[in-house]
Design a protein around this ligand. Structure first.
Ligand SMILES: [Mn+2]
Length: 308
């Protein structure tokens, strides 16, 4: 049975910076996202965009209620997709869309873990955040840390136990965040680690760690700012350094080969900043690679198949 992908657009910057990431769902569709997925032998259903309330962000004031409203729509769309045995592909907008997609996957998929591929670990709380931007608090919220209305959005908390979360490629970690991550017990394979060990080895270690913690399927959240902004400038919060598109695709393939991907986010792609189109191409590539690469068949299953 071919995998059926449900595209869910979230044209919102309510949790982040208003630099144009709300245009990403439209730009990716226009660039042929669905056709690229179909060419990789995936079935595709485009569920359209979630409703986004009109909003004006007052600088420095976190918009919890509006963020929750958007995340709840994402949650409903993604949950429905999962119920119909589709794989949600949530296209931001800013990273706060992932509050909804993670809530849905955590509710629907047993033994779920998270692979968080991002220049930032997004593990601030309102107390530790230097900016008040909710997109910098999303993984903490998923792990049970932060505003109750968001932490308990799906009615249970944490959405994912911190020991079932890995962060890959982070290279901008706030001081308060470092403490939060350590206290929560989230495993971080930072940018320096990736550089030293190589992406293939890093992902192998990360997936072995998740497997040891009884994870059997993953939600993969890709913040495209994990890429080097000198070559891939189409992001809202660029950080010096970072990986290449080839490394990102290698990471995606390695994750998907080792475990089933239950759902995915592609967030923070910011078309107005994408001067050379390289970020768009990387975004299309990582979605296609992650969703079309299949986990290696379990040994027992492949032996049974050979015997029959
Ligand atoms: Mn992020």
């Amino acid at each position: 049975m071919p995998t059926n992908i449900a595209i869910i657009g979230v044209p919102s910057t309510i949790g982040g910076l208003a630099l144009g990431s709300e245009r990403a769902p439209g730009v990716l569709r226009q660039a042929g996202l669905a056709d690229r997925l179909r060419a990789a032998k995936l079935d595709v259903t485009d569920l359209g965009n979630v409703p986004v309330p009109a909003h004006r962000r007052t600088s420095g004031t976190p918009q919890y209620a509006t963020t929750e409203s958007v995340a709840r729509w994402v949650y409903k769309y993604a949950w429905r997709a999962l119920e119909e045995e589709m794989t949600p592909l949530v296209i931001g907008g800013d990273h706060s869309a992932a509050i909804g997609s993670i809530a849905a996957a955590a509710q629907s998929v047993p033994s779920l873990g998270i692979v968080w591929i991002d220049a930032h670990p997004d593990f601030n709380t309102p107390a530790s955040s230097p900016t008040g931007n909710i997109h910098g608090m999303v993984l903490a919220i998923a792990a049970g840390w932060g505003p109750t209305s968001l932490v308990r959005m799906a009615g249970f908390a944490p959405m994912i136990h911190p020991e079932r979360i890995v962060v890959v490629g982070a290279r901008s970690i706030d001081a308060g965040e470092t403490n939060n991550l350590r206290e929560a017990g989230v495993r971080v394979f930072d940018g320096e680690y990736v550089e030293r060990k190589g992406m293939r080895e890093t992902i192998a270690e990360a997936m072995a760690y998740l497997e040891a913690n009884q994870v059997k399927a993953v939600h993969v959240s890709v913040d495209i700012d994990v890429l080097d902004p000198e070559r891939y400038p189409g992001v809202s919060t660029p950080v010096r350094g970072g990986i290449t598109a080839e490394e990102l695709l290698l990471a995606a393939a390695a994750v998907a080969q080792s475990m089933p991907v239950a759902s995915m986010d592609l967030v923070e792609f910011t078309p107005p900043e994408d001067r050379n189109g390289a970020t768009l191409e990387a975004a299309l590539g990582v979605c296609t690679t992650l969703l079309s690469t299949k986990a290696a068949q379990p040994i027992a299953a492949s032996m049974a198949a050979n015997a029959s």
